[in-house]
Design a protein around this ligand. Structure first.
Ligand code: F6R
Length: 248
């Protein structure tokens, strides 16, 4: 695992955006696996800025997102489709048909999950998969549990994930209780994984992901088995690793 230690959120965002931009420049028709949440917001701002300056084009890029809340429409301000439109897609030259987010309103969620996996497989998996991490170690919405789930699936969100995401909603009760999440299989089949983290509240999850036992109790820990992971994190998110004497 290659680790970039950055001073703060802005430096982490810039570094993450540089890794993504490098991938697009090297391979303009790449498949990007994308994430939502507060972690990648800053990186998306840099990418939009570089696109506007003419340094970057998304014209041939195809994207697949990690997850979507069950029951939220694309127009809902807290849906992940809405997040992607407003933070990235609406501001760059990506082709709308080349962007995919799971459909949280699908009549048959299990069919939607199976089709999502078929689609990702048919595109040859992501060249680069961007990930944030939950305080509980989740990647995508692969929540801690008794086993790693390979396929895209419907997940009951963990109580601490609902707590963490309540900040985006009017009240905790408004947070959807379920989501569709890309499984561990598609994440691990990405050619490169870019894991990003900022803030002390992620320090334990990052420590367990990098140094802990490989266990579904900390889903991020499976990344230890991936041959090409780049971790971009700020000093606060790396603080437990540095306190343990791990060279970063
Ligand atoms: C989002 C996702 C989640 C988030 C994680 C961290 O698409 O898959 O795993 O990356 O919950 O969220 P933030 O960045 O808001 O702390």
């Amino acid at each position: 695992m290659k680790i970039f230690r950055e001073k703060d959120y802005d430096a982490m965002s810039r570094r993450a955006a540089q890794v993504i931009a490098a991938e697009i420049t090297h391979n303009p028709a790449c498949v990007l696996g994308l994430a939502t949440g507060s972690t990648p917001e800053g990186a998306y701002k840099y990418l939009v800025d570089w696109y506007k300056k003419g340094c970057l084009s998304f014209q041939e890029v195809l994207t697949v997102n990690l997850d979507e809340y069950v029951g939220l429409s694309p127009e809902h301000e807290q849906s992940y489709r809405y997040f992607m439109q407003s933070n990235l897609f609406d501001h760059v030259d990506i082709l709308p048909d080349f962007t995919t987010v799971p459909d949280g309103l699908a009549a048959d969620l299990n069919v939607e999950c199976a089709q999502y996996d078929d689609y990702i497989r048919s595109q040859g998996y992501a060249a680069l998969q961007l990930l944030g991490i939950g305080r509980n170690g989740h990647i995508g919405f692969n929540e801690p549990g008794d086993c790693f789930i390979k396929e895209t699936h419907v997940v009951d969100l963990a109580e601490n994930t609902i707590d963490a995401n309540a900040r985006f909603f009017a009240s905790r009760d408004d947070v959807p209780k379920q989501a569709i999440s890309m499984g561990i299989g598609a994440i691990m089949n990405a050619k490169k994984v870019l894991l990003c983290a900022s803030g002390e509240e992620k320090a334990e999850a990052i420590y367990n992901t990098v140094c802990g036992p490989i266990t579904p109790k900390c889903p991020g820990s499976i990344l230890q088995l991936h041959p090409n992971v780049v971790l971009v994190a700020d000093e606060a998110a790396l603080s437990k690793l540095t306190a343990a004497g791990v060279a970063v």
